[in-house]
Design a protein around this ligand. Structure first.
Ligand SMILES: [Zn+2]
Length: 94
């Protein structure tokens, strides 16, 4: 059984399609699959930033912190995030 996590333009958040997740985890935006995707994206950005060097790691770290804050507050004005993260979905094992 696969859980697919996709970017939702309606919710402005990553959303999991798991039935249980959608029902009990804030519309599928707070389940472990969604959290895993957010972690993958955070790690990926950090890695890319480090390979670019110079000021970039500091800038990306700041961006990531801002995004984490926004997600913690379940903000509704994070329109940059979709562009930043791309719109490809993720599939995760249950
Ligand atoms: Zn899920």
């Amino acid at each position: 059984m696969w859980h697919t996590v996709r970017w939702s333009n309606d919710l402005l958040a990553w959303q999991c399609n798991g039935e249980y997740c959608k029902k009990y985890q804030a519309d599928g935006t707070r389940c472990k699959h969604t959290r895993a995707v957010n972690q993958v994206l955070a790690a990926r950005r950090q890695r890319i930033a480090l390979s670019m060097g110079g000021q970039v790691p500091a800038i990306v770290a700041k961006m990531q912190a801002d995004e984490d804050t926004r997600q913690a507050e379940a903000s509704h004005c994070s329109s940059q995030k979709g562009n930043l993260s791309g719109n490809r979905g993720f599939q995760l094992m249950r």
